[in-house]
Design a protein around this ligand. Structure first.
Ligand code: B12
Length: 221
């Protein structure tokens, strides 16, 4: 029987070397062996994509390779995702999420979405390359407490500031969270966001903090 570590290595190596069949097989074996799906996703699939990022940075990989790595990652995620235990009970809160206009990077956004989903939040996923005004419309349609935006490029990140301004003009009682490789705590503050999280792992905790801050503020009014 393959150990959890061996399977995580097989997932990581499969994403790095865009071996989709290897990733799917190791994912299915992990499920059959009852290993925690979330750990396989984060320490296997996502860890592999971190290395792909470095290879891209060093010009050893280019867009075609990175696309095949992303396909391998999604092949594994489709098998593992349904086995991430979901919190029972009603929706804790609602969140609108999406990758900002001009940005087709959605792996990170989808991992954040998964964390909110398994934590029992009602998630409205707008996908990727989301027109700026669409975030505003969807917040008004759903009355979601939180709007979470993802950007992976310094160019597209600038659109976040416009969305924050548009939402706050319509409804100042919405908590806005930012994330993505070029985004930092300082950028989030500068743009007027209410929260920032570096990874999917701490996005939900940040979401809960933002909501309780918002509710405190409303009580005082
Ligand atoms: C995969 C990838 C692609 C894939 C995307 C596939 C997909 N379905 O997403 C493809 C091949 C399509 C692609 C295309 C391009 N890419 Co690209 N891509 C990458 C790469 C290698 C990995 C990104 C990734 O998925 N990482 C793995 C995930 C798990 O990590 P993550 O995304 O960082 O997300 C985590 C956190 O950031 C955080 N997070 C993310 N979003 C959010 C949101 C919230 C609310 C919160 C709280 C947290 C959060 O939590 C996540 C999980 O823990 C990065 C390299 C890098 N170092 O980031 C380059 C990178 C992002 N790409 C880059 C570029 C330039 C491009 C292209 C312009 C290349 C080209 N010439 O065509 C195009 C642009 C396409 C477009 N319009 O968006 C640059 C951006 C440079 C910059 N700073 O602006 C990077 C940094 C590479 C580089 N070093 O130059 N890319």
């Amino acid at each position: 029987m393959a150990s959890k570590k061996e399977l995580q290595e097989a997932l990581k190596d499969g994403v790095i070397n865009y071996k989709e069949d290897q990733v799917k097989e190791a994912s299915q074996t992990a499920v059959d062996e009852g290993y925690p799906a979330l750990e396989m996703i984060m320490d296997g699939l996502a860890a592999g994509m971190e290395v792909v990022g470095d290879l891209y940075e060093r010009h050893e990989y280019f867009v075609p390779e990175v696309l095949m790595c992303a396909d391998a990652l999604y092949g594994g995620l489709a098998i593992l995702r349904p086995h991430v235990p979901k919190k029972d009970g009603g929706a804790i809160a609602q969140v609108v999420i999406g990758s900002i206009q001009g940005d087709v990077h959605d792996i990170g956004k989808n991992l954040v979405k998964m964390m909110f989903d398994v934590a029992g939040w009602q998630v409205y996923d707008l996908g990727r390359d989301v027109p700026l005004e669409k975030f505003v419309e969807e917040q008004l349609r759903t009355d979601a407490e939180v709007v979470a935006m993802s950007a992976m490029m310094t160019t597209t990140m600038l659109g976040m500031r416009k969305v924050i301004k548009m939402i706050k003009e319509k409804n100042p009682n919405v908590a806005i969270m930012l994330g993505g490789a070029p985004v930092t705590q300082d950028v989030a503050k500068l743009f007027g966001a209410d929260g920032y999280a570096e990874s999917a792992g701490n996005a939900v905790a940040e979401g809960i903090k933002m909501i309780s801050r918002l509710r405190e503020y409303e009580k005082k009014k």
